[in-house]
Design a protein around this ligand. Structure first.
Ligand SMILES: Cc1cc2nc3c(=O)[nH]c(=O)nc-3n(C[C@H](O)[C@H](O)[C@H](O)COP(=O)(O)O)c2cc1C
Ligand code: SF4
Ligand code: SF4
Length: 306
């Protein structure tokens, strides 16, 4: 049996989990290829019997480039699949949504896996943050066990065993899932301040163009283009070595205390259920010192202005 894992990962957490799931599949005795989503043509995703798709959770759902990719896959008959995510405390209905997208394409979905993972990419959030330290060795071991299980189940089904295909998982009811439906591309475009590139800082290194997952930036075009289209991932902002991509982040800072209160409540509950292991202490998370301010300080220090 041949497996293929296609993943989207910007900060490395999902890639780590994808690699460990691959190790588990190979431990079960099967071949497993890994490919980045951006390098894969959805209309021709490759040759496999078992497909795994993984991504981070953005805005309580799979990122728009991932949902677009899944919707563009060809229909299949009789192939197996699984889904996996990494997230920072509020996955909401992401796995249920990804599961359904694959089922709609004809896949028999065999399972879903989720892992907490670090986040250093939301400019108005602090760093370190509530999931800093994840995925740790236990998360990696759980991913390997999941991969092994997916390979073994698909092989047993192929050998004729029945009743091994699970019922689809359901999205949890509540505020987060409602938000995930409300936050479409248009509402996110209204929520976030527009980016601009500071011409005095930009060195035209083109890193932002290279890292944008949807080719949304054209720095050297006659009419420089930024955020068109956009999945609101903030990767360009975080990767620009000159801190040249700017926005009015201060205008969103009033939202942070309430959001973090919700995260902390979620994590307290998950910790009590034994589903979360706190690695970074709450007192080490400074919500009044967001990443966008930290980056400005680092830039000033680099340029000898501090
Ligand atoms: C733009 C953005 C939105 C995010 N939204 C959520 C979210 O709704 N729920 C959540 O649990 N984590 C959220 N996160 C955290 C990421 O899901 C988490 O850091 C993920 O593990 C990153 O994966 P990667 O390391 O593979 O890029 C968000 C991160 C970013 C950058
Ligand atoms: S990454 Fe920053 S410095 Fe480099 S081209 Fe983009 S905006 Fe300019
Ligand atoms: S323009 Fe920036 S924020 Fe938008 S998708 Fe590209 S990298 Fe992400």
């Amino acid at each position: 049996m041949k497996a293929k894992i296609i993943y989207f990962s910007q900060q490395g957490g999902t890639q780590t989990i994808a690699e460990q799931i691959g190790v588990g599949i190979r431990t079960a005795g099967d071949d497993c290829d890994l490919a980045a989503l951006k390098d894969t043509d959805p209309s021709n995703p490759g040759d496999f019997d078992l497909l795994g798709i993984g991504c981070p959770v953005f805005f309580f759902k799979e990122p728009f480039n991932v949902s677009d990719f899944m919707d563009a896959l060809p229909r299949v008959d009789g192939k197996y699949a699984f889904v996996f995510i990494t997230h920072g405390a509020t996955p909401a209905g992401t796995l249920a949504s990804m599961w359904k997208r694959l089922e709609d394409k004809g896949y028999h979905v065999l399972g879903a896996h989720n892992s907490y993972s670090d986040s250093h990419q939301i400019p108005i959030y602090p760093y370190p943050t509530h999931t800093t330290g994840h995925p740790d060795e236990q998360d990696r071991a759980e991913a390997r066990a999941f991969g092994q299980k997916m390979a073994e189940i698909s092989r047993r089904i192929s050998a004729g065993e029945t009743n091994l295909i699970p019922e689809p998982i359901a999205a949890p009811e509540g505020w987060w899932t409602e938000q995930s439906i409300a936050l479409d591309r248009e509402s996110l475009a209204e929520t976030f301040p527009k980016f601009s590139i500071d011409p005095d800082r930009c060195t035209e290194c083109l890193i932002c163009e290279e890292v944008c997952p949807v080719d949304g930036i054209g720095v050297q075009e006659e009419q420089p283009r930024i955020q068109n289209p956009c999945i609101f991932c903030f990767h360009c902002v975080m990767q620009c070595p000159e801190v040249a991509i700017q926005a009015d982040w201060e205008s969103l800072m009033h939202l942070v205390p309430e959001i973090f209160e919700r995260y902390f409540n979620n994590l307290d509950a998950a910790e009590k259920r034994g589903e979360f292991r706190r690695i970074t202490a709450r007192e080490d998370i400074h919500i009044d010192d967001p990443i966008f301010k930290q980056r400005e300080r680092e830039r000033a220090a680099r340029d000898g202005k501090e």
